[in-house]
Design a protein around this ligand. Structure first.
Ligand code: PLP
Length: 367
C-alpha cells in the first residue's frame, strides 16, 4: 500500500467542482491582484480566528518579516525564537536586521521552553516568537507573563497551527500579532505560496498593510518604502473555497491522531503528548524513538512516506555556525531531532491506511 505524507490530490478531488469554478471565475474576471476574493478571504479569516485585522501576503515567511518591521524591530534588536522550527522563524529575524536568540524546547511538546526564556533576555531583547510547532500550541500563559514583565512584544508563528487553542483561546490572538502560512501542505493550504498576518492592533495592521504593498496608501501615494508581498487573486479564491472546510478537516486530524495514540505501541515509541491547556491541530504527527532511522527505512520500503521535521535544530544549521554552539547548549532540541519521525496524518487518511501504518510499525519492533 502506497501512502503519502499528505494527500493534496485526494483533498482536491473532494472539492474539485468548487475549486475549478473559483479558478475559472478568477481568470474570467481577470482578478489576479487584489479584488473581491482577497478582501473576502481577509475578512473571513479574521472572523474565524477572532481578530480585528487580517492582511494577506505572499507567504508565511514574509508574514513574520513584515510583522517584525511593522512592530518596529530591526538593527540592534534581539528576538527570542525556539531551537526547533522551520528556518523561516529565525531567518525572518535576521532579514529585518535583528538577531535571533535561540531558546531550547520543552521535552514533551517540542515548543519553546518558557523556563529558559528569561536567562536569554538582554537590554536589546524586543520580542519573542513562539512557534506552535506541529500544531501544538506553545505555553502562552507563561510566554505572555514573561513578555509583560519585560515589556516584550509577542509575535506568534502560527504557520502549523490554524485553529489551535491554548486555554480555550485561539492561538494567534494571544500575542500582539501572528503570522500564518498557507503553503499547500499546511492545514489550510493554497495552490502555491500564500500567507497572512493577523492582529488586533490598528497601528500594526496599518503598517503591515503599507509595507506589504510598496508603502502605498491609495495608488501612487507612497508613505514609506515597502515591498511587494501580496496575496494574489487565484490563491485567495482557492482559500475561500477551502476555508469553510477547515474546521471539519481539523476535527478529522485530531480524531486520527487520537486513533494513532491509542493504537501505536507505547512501549517502543514516545507518542505526541497534549498539554491539558492545549488544543493541538496535528499539522504533523511526530513519534519519537532512538531507532528512528531504522524505522523510517522500514516504513519507506513498505510504501509509507515519512519525514523528519526537522533533521537539525536551528542553532546547529551551517548558516548559524558563527554561534559556536555546542550540543550541550540546546540539549533537548539536539537529541530530539535525532529521534523524531513524522508519519502520515491528513484529513483524508483512511482507517485501512492507518491500520496498515500501525501494523507496519508493530512489525518493525517485533522483527
Ligand atoms: C511553513 C512555515 C513557515 C513559512 O511559511 P512559508 O509560507 O513557507 O513561507 C514559517 N514558520 C513555520 C513554523 C512554518 O512551518
Amino acid at each position: 500500500m502506497k501512502i503519502p505524507l499528505v494527500d493534496l490530490h485526494a483533498q482536491y478531488l473532494s472539492i474539485k467542482a468548487e475549486i475549478d469554478q473559483a479558478i475559472e471565475d478568477t481568470i474570467q474576471n481577470t482578478a489576479f491582484i487584489g479584488g473581491n476574493a482577497v478582501q473576502e478571504f481577509e475578512r473571513e479569516f479574521a472572523q474565524l480566528i477572532g481578530t480585528r485585522h487580517c492582511i494577506g501576503c505572499a507567504n508565511g515567511t514574509d508574514a513574520i518579516e513584515i510583522l517584525l518591521q511593522a512592530m518596529g524591530i530591526g538593527k540592534g534588536d534581539e528576538v527570542i525564537v525556539p531551537a526547533i522550527s522551520w528556518i523561516s522563524t529565525s531567518e525572518a529575524v535576521s532579514t529585518v536586521g535583528a538577531k535571533p536568540v535561540f531558546v531550547d524546547v520543552e521535552e514533551q511538546y517540542f515548543t519553546i521552553d518558557p523556563t529558559l526564556i528569561e536567562s536569554k533576555i538582554t537590554a536589546c531583547t524586543r520580542a519573542i516568537i513562539p512557534v506552535h510547532l506541529y500544531g501544538h500550541p506553545a505555553n502562552m500563559d507563561e510566554i505572555m507573563r514573561i513578555a509583560q514583565k519585560h515589556n516584550l512584544l509577542v509575535l506568534e508563528d502560527c504557520a502549523q497551527a490554524h485553529l489551535a487553542e491554548w486555554g480555550g483561546k485561539k492561538i494567534g490572538t494571544w500575542g500582539d500579532a501572528a503570522s500564518f502560512s498557507f503553503f499547500p501542505g499546511k492545514n489550510l493550504g493554497a495552490y502555491g505560496d500564500a500567507g497572512g498576518m493577523i492582529t488586533n492592533e490598528d497601528k500594526i495592521a496599518r503598517r503591515a498593510r503599507l509595507i506589504a504593498n510598496h508603502g502605498q496608501e491609495g495608488k501612487h501615494n507612497h508613505l514609506i518604502e515597502g515591498r511587494n508581498s501580496r496575496l494574489d487573486g487565484l490563491q485567495s479564491a482557492i482559500l475561500n473555497v477551502k476555508l469553510p472546510f477547515l474546521e471539519g478537516w481539523t476535527a478529522a486530524r485530531i480524531q486520527k491522531a487520537a486513533y494513532y495514540n491509542s493504537n501505536l505501541p507505547k512501549s517502543n515509541l514516545k507518542l505526541p503528548k497534549i498539554h491539558h491547556q492545549a488544543k493541538s491541530v496535528f499539522h504533523l504527527y511526530v513519534i519519537r524513538t532512538p531507532e528512528r532511522d531504522g524505522l523510517m527505512q522500514f516504513l519507506k520500503e513498505k510504501g509509507i512516506a515519512c519525514a523528519v521535521h526537522y533533521p537539525e535544530a536551528l542553532p546547529f544549521l551551517t548558516c548559524y555556525a558563527d554561534l559556536e554552539r555546542k550540543a550541550g547548549d540546546f540539549p533537548v532540541a539536539h537529541s530530539a531531532v535525532r529521534e523524531i519521525l513524522s508519519i502520515p496524518l491528513y484529513p483524508e487518511l483512511s482507517k485501512p491506511q492507518m491500520d496498515f501504518i500501525v501494523d507496519s510499525i508493530n512489525k518493525y519492533f517485533k522483527r
